[in-house]
Design a protein around this ligand. Structure first.
Ligand SMILES: *Cc1c(COP(=O)(O)O)cnc(C)c1O
Length: 404
């Protein structure tokens, strides 16, 4: 009978890349096979009434029912828990949005108030504005750079603060410790969407957050063929997260968990490459005459650069840049004929993407007046020189529209 052991806690003296090779490979999950096999299951059979009753008494101890997972899902959960010091457990979800929605539902009740960063991923805002509202939970938004100023926005009924750093599309860096210190003093739960950084670049629980979320769809999957989310919680919040997840019936397939585990094994390698290539492209763009500014927290010109340097251990490959002139419709000349950048949602795959961004439509309390359109780039694993040559030709096509 397979029993579930506590996840491996990563030794402090071990490098992240080394840890990723060990993560989630719990004893008994694979019978000596390197990777846990894809254990598909709904029904788990018990030998007799005594075994059934023992399982009912401790359903988390081993195999129980398919919705509670098999060693394939457990391996992924344990790997993600093991990557974050201070974590007690991880739940998996069918998407990043499901992880965010469930984490919020786990900590709020009717009559509560939540504070959400104005730079949050748009579907996070829609969940708060539409679903939480329906259940009598009020949401207000705050400037992502507010830091300790958040104290003035806290109400007696504020139950949770949702952070995301860097912010979606505009990449503001938040002062996470300043916010979590104030939240802890007021018994307010903090949830951070860590999809951009992954635990290899930012460790939210170590900075005082209670729940850290990832859209595994992005860098963990890494190959644009997987939808999944995760929420990792501290000891105090873990029972709440786990219960909310069970009550809402969340589960992921063993096949998908196996795919995510495969992505995890190369995460360090991919992020190092995407970080380096992204910085090459970002620096090149910053010096280009058609570009007004580049929103990349690892550039010294970024307003949040000092905080990014303090809290993060590196960057990844997603950032935006602003053009000096033109309108959104004009960006067709830039992006339509790029050879190495696809046009599409999501990011974090091995292939590069370029996406025009409409910022004002997804912000309510902050405005960043910029002269021209905004383009978000997800830098993949291509040779950076090819990406730069591609963008160079694209920017020449773009600029030619205004000189004719
Ligand atoms: C993509 C994304 C999500 C949602 O992930 P899905 O798996 O697409 O639901 C959440 N947060 C951020 C920051 C994202 O970029």
């Amino acid at each position: 009978m397979i029993t579930r052991q506590p996840p491996r806690i990563l030794p402090a003296n071990e490098g992240a890349a080394t840890s990723l090779t060990h993560a989630g490979r719990g004893p008994g999950f694979a019978e000596g096979i390197v990777n846990p096999p894809v254990w598909r299951a709904s029904t788990i059979l018990f030998d007799n009434l005594a075994a059934l009753d023992a399982a009912i008494a401790s359903p988390d101890k081993g195999l129980y029912y398919g919705r509670r997972g098999t060693p394939t899902q457990w391996a992924l959960e344990d790997a993600l828990t093991g990557m974050e010091p201070g974590a007690a457990g991880t739940k998996l979800f069918a998407s990043g949005v499901a992880a965010i929605a469930t984490a919020l539902l786990a900590v709020v009740k009717t009559g509560d108030h939540v504070l959400v960063t104005d730079s949050a991923y748009e579907p996070t805002r829609l969940f708060a504005d539409q679903m939480l509202k329906k259940f009598g939970v009020e949401t207000s938004y705050f400037d992502p750079t507010i830091a300790a100023g958040i104290e003035a926005l806290i109400r007696p009924n504020t139950a949770a603060i949702l952070l995301e750093s860097p912010g979606s599309l505009s990449f503001e860096i938040q002062d996470v410790p300043a916010i979590t210190t104030i939240a802890r003093a007021g018994n307010i739960v903090t949830i951070l969407d860590n999809t951009w950084a992954t635990p290899l670049r930012l460790q939210p629980l170590a900075l005082g957050c209670d729940i850290s979320i990832q859209a595994l769809t992005k860098y963990i999957g890494g190959h644009s063929d997987l939808m999944m989310g995760s929420a990792t919680a501290t000891q105090a919040l873990w029972p709440h997260l786990k219960t909310a997840s069970y009550r809402l019936g969340h589960t992921v397939s063993a096949d998908d968990a196996s795919l995510a585990l495969r992505g995890l094994r190369t995460l360090s390698l991919r992020l190092d490459r995407q970080e380096a290539s992204g910085l090459s492209v970002a620096r090149w763009l910053e010096a280009h005459p058609a570009v007004d500014r580049v929103w990349h927290p690892a550039l010294p010109s970024h307003p949040g650069h000092a905080i990014w340097q303090r809290d993060f251990t590196g960057a990844t490959g997603l950032f935006s840049f602003v053009l000096k002139q033109g309108r959104r419709a004009d960006t067709a000349a830039l992006i339509d004929d790029l050879a190495h950048f696809g046009i599409g949602f999501s990011w974090g795959g091995y292939e590069s993407l370029a996406l025009p961004v409409d910022l004002p439509s997804v912000r309510s309390v902050t405005t960043t007046p910029v002269p021209g359109p905004i383009i978000r780039l997800s830098i993949g694993l291509e040779d950076p020189a090819d990406l730069i040559a591609d963008l160079d030709a694209g920017l020449a096509r773009y600029s030619a529209q205004f000189t004719a």
